[in-house]
Design a protein around this ligand. Structure first.
Ligand code: PEP
Length: 250
């Protein structure tokens, strides 16, 4: 039986004052939720603040990306080991915004995935197709290519320490959610692809859905057999909304 996970992706939002308000509101709202793992992925400069407020409160925190390298002459880079110093347990890798806006290729995403595992953290590894890819009938190939790049680099067994997030690019920040059936179909496909290499890992792999999830549509999505929680963008910036989504996960 896989436990549910709901992760907030704050993206490049927040400041010291608004984070303080959001995090301190989340603590009592999420306290009664003991089964679902609740996570907030915040911008790097606020990891220390997040750690200070959330430590010991039953909510985990993480980063939204890391550099693929461990240390050295990579100006502006932040390594997985550095974010681990701030108590992070999770790191998002391969988010579609990183792929589209910052040039993260499948190979770079695979390198980041390995770097996160090496630092003892859990990658939240994002895959997903654009609308053009879905409409031209290549969605399956795109998802398979993204998954295979990571499995080729680290072996399917490495997914044992990871979470996969299916995020159709056309549903991110658009208000257009994939229907529970549409999402379930792709989640089953992802699990099947991993199962071709390792059935046991595939069975235990948490696959979460992201794309305009709100408190009002979360329960239907999370009721599907292969949807193990959510990766939440916009709605994770509103404490009651994020708490509502975590509650919907059980
Ligand atoms: C995301 O950025 O990962 C995301 C799912 O965003 P939103 O919930 O705003 O669609």
């Amino acid at each position: 039986m896989r436990s549910k996970l709901v992760a907030g992706n704050w993206k490049m939002n927040g400041n010291l004052a608004s984070n303080q308000a959001l995090l301190t509101s989340l603590v009592p709202l999420l306290a009664p939720i003991s089964v679902t793992r609740c996570v907030v992925c915040v911008p790097y400069p606020y990891l220390a603040q997040t750690e200070q407020i959330l430590r010991g409160k039953g909510i985990s925190w993480g980063a939204q990306d890391v550099c693929q390298y461990e240390h050295g002459a990579y100006t502006g880079g932040v390594s997985a080991g550095m974010v681990a110093d701030f108590g992070c347990r999770y790191v998002i890798v391969g988010h579609s915004e990183r792929r589209a806006l910052f040039g993260d290729t499948d190979e770079v995403v695979a390198q980041k995935f390995v770097a996160v595992l090496k630092a003892g953290l859990t990658p939240i590894f994002c895959v997903g197709e654009t609308l053009a890819e879905r409409e031209s009938g290549v969605m399956e190939q795109v998802i398979a290519r993204q998954l295979d790049a990571v499995m080729a680099k680290s072996g399917a067994v490495a997914l044992e320490g990871a979470v996969v997030a299916y995020e159709p690019v056309w549903a991110i920040g658009t208000g257009k959610t994939a229907s529970p059936e549409q999402a379930q179909a792709v989640h089953a496909l992802i699990r099947g692809r991993v199962a071709e290499q390792d059935m046991r890992v595939a069975d235990g792999l948490p696959i979460i859905y992201g794309g305009s999830v709100k408190a009002s549509n979360a329960a239907q999505l999370f009721a599907m057999p292969d949807i193990d929680g959510g990766l939440i963008g916009g709605a994770s910036l509103v404490a009651e909304e994020f708490a509502g989504i975590c509650k919907a996960a059980g």
